[in-house]
Design a protein around this ligand. Structure first.
Ligand SMILES: [Zn+2]
Length: 138
């Protein structure tokens, strides 16, 4: 009887230490999550897509573009939704605004990815806590 108690005490101590570590990790992650959440609550106007430069050739014969000096840069917005990619040309007068909004979109997407990773980590740790408390009904 005495040996049994020592044995279960050892297990409980180990379990308590493990649980305490997990709880600390969750606490740290929830503080991180709070920061990550704040960065997402008030986004700036966004445009989906990423900007890139385009150089073109024209239809004029003997133009410098035929000898490798292409016209440009022009700017295009590459938009990928559900594995479909479309390209929209961006007018020069819109360039500054579109660039800013496309960057805002990318930043928001990165922020989303970060908070989803944190959520997943918390979820995994909660599963570990659950396992420590699971009992079987006999
Ligand atoms: Zn040309």
């Amino acid at each position: 009887m005495h040996a049994y108690y020592i044995y279960t005490d050892m297990i409980n101590k180990k379990s308590r230490e493990k649980l305490s570590r997990i709880r600390q990790q969750i606490y740290q992650l929830s503080r991180l999550r709070e920061t990550q959440l704040k960065q997402l609550l008030h986004p700036k106007p966004m445009i989906i897509g990423s900007l890139y430069e385009v150089y073109k050739t024209c239809s004029k014969a003997n133009c410098c573009c035929k000898k490798g000096q292409k016209h440009g840069p022009f700017f295009a917005l590459s938009i990928s939704i559900d594995a479909k990619r479309t390209v929209k040309m961006v007018k020069k007068k819109d360039l500054t605004v579109v660039r800013k909004k496309a960057l805002a979109y990318q930043a928001f997407q990165q922020g989303l990815a970060r908070i989803r990773k944190t959520n997943k980590e918390v979820d995994t740790l909660l599963e570990q806590i659950k396992q420590e408390f699971m009992e079987e009904y006999h």
